[in-house]
Design a protein around this ligand. Sequence first.
Ligand code: ADP
Length: 171
Amino acid sequence: MDNKIVKAVFPGSFDPITNGHLDVIKRGAKLFDEVIVAVGRSPIKNPFFTPEERVEMIKKVVADIPRVTVESYDGLTVEYAAKIKANVMLRGLRNLTDVQYEFQLAMTNRAVAGIETVFIMTSEEYGFVSSTMIREVAVLGGDVSKLIPAEVYEKLKEVLKNRPKDINCSY
Ligand code: ADP
């Protein structure tokens, strides 16, 4: 068997990184030679954190995981993957809705760039956790401390201080 280095890129918005993402990163780090967590810089709807803040937070929470690095990127994910010579796309799956979307994305990425996608199934305890849900609950004053890393929770509290706690507020 040839001893090919497998460099996996884990792309996403990570607004913010959750314990679900972190679990995928930790498990991916056991499977691959390198994992690059890649924060997409393309605009998302009502972001909570800037790409720089997201990168900074992720760097803190993955600092102790060997072979994991964090970057941000512009434009097409497959072009970025080619640029950094990643040979696998890493994605997480939580439910059938994810499967439907991710299946199409993986097929498209393989068709346009010939890159394979490897999926890691969520851990049961994080199957319901999404960044969107974290933002929605947090903005209405809910306690999300068990669902995101402690450093991220601290940063989230700071951001929330400057935002109105209002049901009509679309974060
Ligand atoms: P995107 O904006 O591209 O959906 P996200 O930041 O939401 O990116 O997620 C990046 C990847 O992490 C996606 O593959 C998503 O399915 C996966 N993911 C998100 N939350 C979880 C979770 N709780 N468990 C497993 N995978 C997850």
